[in-house]
Design a protein around this ligand. Sequence first.
Ligand code: NI
Length: 194
Amino acid sequence: MADKSTSSEKPTATAEATEAAAPARRIYPIVKYGDPVLEKPAATLKNFGAELETLAEDMFASMYAAQGVGLAAPQIGKSIRLTVVDVTSGKNPEAKIVMVNPEIIHAEGEVREEEGCLSIPGFRGYVIRPQFVTVRAQNLKGESFDIRGENLLARAFCHEIDHLNGILFLQHLSMLKRDLIKRKIKKLRKEGEW
Ligand code: NI
């Protein structure tokens, strides 16, 4: 009975220390279709370091806030070859992929599936993408790596790398469908809703 008071003490200090570790993230607004930054090729990244790591983490936070599975730097107004992808939408921390200066080095098969873009909210269209792709990219330290993606992941890689080349999914649609979407966006812009 004598040691009852000591055994009731809870080890709270450890839990508090762990919670305090994550820094607040900056949520960037997503640039919408019509902004020229989305339609020009982005610049190759040559400088790696803490600043780039912060930017990548802020891009993940911005992407999750917008409920996307991929985000390219031009979509937050930065014309640099950096993109983040997470097809689990933040459910699995190990699924977070950062690609710096990525290039598709192999593509195979074809899948036709509906696709959308955070910069063109409210519009979707069917786009044929490879079923498998292999991407060669650099990580945040500048080290080169290859990554293979299948189906949705392959689609996300292609879509984000397109962004770095100033290409939007609209360009993969039929002219009829593309013009229809462009007309609707024009109307929304006139009404001040874009
Ligand atoms: Ni997009």
